[in-house]
Design a protein. Structure first.
Length: 346
């Protein structure tokens, strides 16, 4: 069973043991000399109408997870199930019905829109490709989508360069909604926008979720944004999920040292931050080409034990619906675990 999956209701998306390794070619004959272990055994689920935030440092593999889930990248190993249907091995033609149900909002609103197409064509193109609407019906649906994301009909014939960054991202959201999807992957959809515009886009996404019962995989590095929009949060480090739980438990009682370090860098009111120490990680993030043995985080962890260098920790349910991959919480490291809890909780 993947982390946090409940038997009460089948999740919309269920990902188990997902891996994505990119080969490294060298030499005259382009032989494979190694791999980039971008995603290295990730499991999670997303329920209907739920937002799962996926956070971590740049290069940890979170964007690769989003693209692999959508089959924009083919997984190396693992299973991807949408509405209890296995889509892992499906090819391009077989994936077409599922692509209607899974859409993406890209990070860069300046690069994700075709500069040679007016806005109405950008939003209407998915309907044409999937044969969902043509002619007057398509135009009517495009106009309705523009109104829904906060753009007026006067913008329909404008080109991307005529819009601000926030308006371009609204066009990207309208395009993602064009096929009436069940799941939307947001690949850092607000990181390129001003702070005030970020709040508007986040509120729009939350309103659309309530109205359309959408599910989101929200990839981000800004923990304040993730806390606002997410129901649950998964923390990634070097290709693996190290902690996953509801957002309240994660921010109030982090169970993994890496999560503790991330949260200690987030500005928060004094009342909430009282008792939480500042954690400064030493060293650099290891290369995903040659990740450390055992726990990938052990070289930077202030609580590392001998077994951390050789034994990979399993993602286990430490508390109710609170999963962590750390040897401190498997019953053999009581003293360091107590120190972590004291340092991390407010």
């Amino acid at each position: 069973m993947s982390a946090g999956v409940s038997n009460a209701a089948a999740p919309l998306l269920d990902v188990r043991g997902l891996k994505k390794h990119f080969p490294i070619y060298k030499g005259v004959f382009s032989r494979v000399r190694g791999h980039v272990y971008a995603v290295d055994g990730v499991s999670f689920h997303i329920g209907r109408g739920e937002t799962l935030g996926l956070v971590g440092e740049s290069g940890c593999g979170k964007s690769t997870v989003g693209r692999t889930v959508l089959k924009l990248l083919e997984p190396t190993e693992g299973r991807i199930r949408l509405d209890d249907e296995d889509i892992t091995e499906l090819d391009g033609a077989e994936m077409m019905p599922y692509r209607q149900r899974m859409q993406m909002i890209f990070q860069d609103p300046y690069a994700s829109l075709n500069p040679r197409m007016p806005a109405r064509s950008i939003v209407g193109e998915p309907m044409h490709i999937h044969g969902m609407a043509e002619g007057a019906e398509r135009e009517e649906r495009v106009e309705a989508l523009f109104e829904r994301v906060g753009l007026g009909r006067r913008h329909l014939d404008s080109y991307p360069h005529e819009f601000s960054g926030g308006q371009r991202q609204r066009i990207g959201i309208a395009r993602a909604l064009a096929l009436n999807p069940d799941l939307i992957v947001g690949d850092e959809p607000v990181s390129a926008l001003d702070v005030s515009i970020q709040a508007q886009i986040i509120n729009l996404l939350m309103d659309l979720q309530d109205e359309l019962k959408l599910s989101y995989l929200f990839v981000a590095h800004d923990l304040a944004v993730v806390e606002h929009i997410s129901h649950r949060v998964a923390v990634m480090y070097l290709g693996r999920i190290v902690e996953i739980t509801d957002k309240t438990s994660l921010f109030d009682t982090p169970l993994h040292p890496y999560t503790e370090a991330l949260l200690s860098a987030v500005p928060m009111p004094k009342a909430r931050a009282r008792g939480r120490k500042r954690v400064i990680l030493t060293g650099d993030v290891p290369s995903p080409i040659n990740p450390p043995s055992g726990c990938h985080f052990h070289a930077r962890c202030p609580y590392a034990m001998a077994r951390c260098r050789s034994e990979e920790p399993v993602l286990r349910e430490v508390q109710s619906s609170h999963w962590a991959a750390c040897h401190l919480h498997d019953g053999t490291g009581a003293e360091p675990a107590a120190a972590l809890g004291t340092a991390a909780t407010a």
